[in-house]
Design a protein around this ligand. Structure first.
Ligand SMILES: C[S@@+](CC[C@H](N)C(=O)[O-])C[C@H]1O[C@@H](n2cnc3c(N)ncnc32)[C@H](O)[C@@H]1O
Length: 203
């Protein structure tokens, strides 16, 4: 399909999408907010006072929701891209896979985070296996980091793509955490291979 046809389809899809319309009403910067809201409704993750690390945070709808629910808590948001400010949120611009950025994140922690969440994704190629492998690598890196810093009873949440890396990531989750669930929120587009892994209680 030609590039301008793809973008026209994307614009039409956005116009029809109820979550896009709702995000404008609720003041969220992206429809992705509703995926995290559904995850929270199902797994009861966020409470007031929590410290949350949001990796791959731009434009910021997950951080907006987290900021609302942790109230006096703290959010540390990381992305390659700039983000507009969000209340209670420390923003770091950089590549999460860079060890200096990881040390920068750690420098803001006075205790382990209660939640580490990653919605990181590379620009999708449309070739499902490549998208799955690349996003899988980011998920694994976020999980290894979370294991290093998270509180014993903390939650690790990450986007994953169904595909060749799926089983490996679930196995890695089970090796590191006592409880592991995979969940596809209703707000995640049906034609997307995206799903989410929710891990709780470090081993
Ligand atoms: C789907 S968007 C995140 C949407 C976000 N959760 C929200 O609710 O607004 C994925 C983000 O991952 C970021 N990303 C991808 N690779 C990254 C990396 N290595 N380090 C930091 N951010 C990364 C991209 O820049 C992009 O903004």
């Amino acid at each position: 399909m030609k590039k301008n046809k793809i973008s026209k389809n994307w614009v039409n899809k956005q116009r029809r999408d109820t979550y896009v319309r709702q995000s404008k009403v609720d003041g969220y910067r992206a429809r992705s907010a509703y995926k995290l809201i559904e995850i929270d409704e199902k797994f009861k993750i966020f409470k007031g006072g929590m410290t949350v690390i949001d990796i791959g945070a731009a434009p910021g709808s997950w951080s907006q929701y987290a900021s609302k629910v942790v109230k006096s808590g703290k959010i540390i948001s990381i992305d390659l891209k700039d983000m507009d400010k969000i209340k209670n949120t420390i923003q770091i611009k950089g590549d999460f896979t860079n060890s200096e950025i990881k040390n920068h994140i750690k420098s803001y922690l006075d205790k382990g985070p209660d939640v580490v969440m990653s919605d990181m994704a590379v620009n999708t190629t449309g070739i499902k296996n490549i998208d799955s492998i690349q996003t899988g690598e980011l998920c694994k890196e976020a999980m290894v980091f979370s294991k290093e810093v998270i509180l014993k009873k903390g939650f690790f949440i990450s986007k994953i793509f169904m595909g060749s890396t799926f089983n490996e990531i679930v196995a890695l989750g089970k090796k590191n955490f006592k409880e592991v669930k995979v969940f596809k929120p209703k707000s995640s587009r049906k034609d997307s291979k995206e799903s989410f892994i929710i891990c709780k209680n470090l081993r």
